[in-house]
Design a protein around this ligand. Structure first.
Ligand SMILES: [Zn+2]
Length: 394
């Protein structure tokens, strides 16, 4: 596999990066890569330290507040197997933050070269981060001899979160890092982390295995609402998520629902990010709803489903072009609710486990698995996958 070694220095509102690429096959010709437009490439050198000529080609505008725009770079006359790219800057995207106290960057931020051609596909990546010991870097460990934090991604995305001057709370199951902005934030942070005490053993017993020793939750002090996210088995929230119930009393149920959904992704993952993503999202959502139903929150779950029915737009789960449905979070949830009403929660829990235990995570192999125990469900599910609207049937 091709290797990518990144060294990252944090400045107050930017980063400096050295990215060394090791290609398995020597290049002869050119290589291209993309980086977010907010970064300036200073130089590209080969293994002998010789500067290579490069040009920056067309800018790709994505026109989304969630992903940074990219620029494309072309290195001509590239020979050999090793190149280093030196660049610096900052970008704007979801769960992305450059401040004195926080560095949060991910694939959407476009902070590392991706995609690279030739070489595409998955890279064996490692990152050395040099913010010093004032910061904690999540999912990384400190190497005293390097004076660096060492990070290897567990998934195919380089998500770096470095924090200092945070407040944190611990519970039996995990820890939350946050930056309080008013009086209620301590209370909400406690609700978030305390919800793990019920959710974690529930999921571990439902799925028959545990996934982490301690769950980390981070609330980024940003007002940009990009929802919640599970990456490298870490739950990332932005501050607006904490606004639940700010008008009235802080309500525990939406927080348990939100943390439950994100935590469930520790198990409910692995299906492709196209239309098959409905399996990841529906399983995560129903893991949280199953917990709520079994813990006396039936009317809350009912209200959630009513909201989803009101929001639903016509579009089948199995989209015609195979792309991710725009309402991937609610479509399958409504399909499962229909099955829950026709049968019971035990059937839903079987569907969840069947997905989590699958080796090949796709809808066809999931249906084959279910067909062995509950053949009567198959026509209902297949019809639901093709229906334009699911809420009307409830
Ligand atoms: Zn999700």
């Amino acid at each position: 596999m091709n290797r990518m070694l990144l060294r990252l220095w944090k400045r107050s509102d930017a980063i400096e990066v050295e990215c060394r690429l090791d290609f398995r096959e020597p290049l002869s010709g050119s290589f291209t890569f993309q980086l977010a437009c907010g970064y300036q490439v200073d130089r590209i050198v080969d293994s002998d330290g010789r500067c290579l000529e490069f040009e920056s080609a067309e800018k790709r505008t994505i026109d989304s507040p969630y992903r940074a725009d990219r620029g494309c770079y072309v290195v001509k006359n590239a020979l050999g197997t090793q190149f280093s790219i030196f660049y610096s800057g900052a970008s704007r995207a979801q769960h992305t933050l450059f401040s004195d106290d926080v560095l949060a960057i991910n694939r959407a931020s476009g902070w590392y070269p991706c995609p690279i051609s030739p070489g595409g596909g998955v890279w064996d990546a490692e990152v050395f981060i040099y913010p010093g010991l004032d910061y904690v870097v999540l999912n990384a460990h400190f190497l005293p001899e390097e004076n660096a934090w060492y990070y290897r991604p567990q998934e195919d995305e380089l998500f770096i979160v470095a924090l200092k001057n945070y407040r944190c709370k611990r519970s039996q199951g995990g820890v939350i890092y946050y930056y309080p902005q008013d009086d209620t934030d301590d209370h909400i942070a406690a609700l978030c982390v305390n919800s793990l005490a019920g959710l974690l053993p529930y999921f571990e017993s439902l799925y028959g295995c545990n996934t982490v020793d301690e769950v980390s939750i981070v609330s980024l002090p940003t007002s940009f609402n990009a929802g919640a996210y599970n990456i490298d088995r870490t739950i990332i929230l932005n501050r607006l998520v904490f606004a639940y119930g700010k008008d009235t009393a802080v309500s525990e149920e939406p927080i348990t629902h939100l943390i439950g959904h994100e935590l469930a992704h520790n198990w409910c993952c692995g299906a492709a990010g196209n239309w098959e993503d409905w399996l990841n999202e529906t399983s995560a959502e129903w893991s949280a709803l199953a917990y709520l139903l079994e813990n006396g929150h039936t009317s809350y779950v009912h209200d959630v489903i009513l909201d989803y029915c009101r929001e639903e737009k016509p579009e089948p789960i199995r989209t015609r072009d195979g792309e991710r449905p725009s309402q991937v979070h609610l479509k399958g949830t409504l399909l499962f609710y229909h099955l829950y009403r026709m049968y019971d929660l035990a059937v839903i829990k079987y569907l969840l486990k069947a997905f989590v235990e699958l080796r090949e995570k796709n809808t066809d192999s999931w249906l084959r698995r279910i067909g062995k125990h509950y053949p009567q469900l198959i026509p209902e599910i297949i019809e639901g996958l093709h229906a334009e609207l699911l809420g009307g049937r409830l």
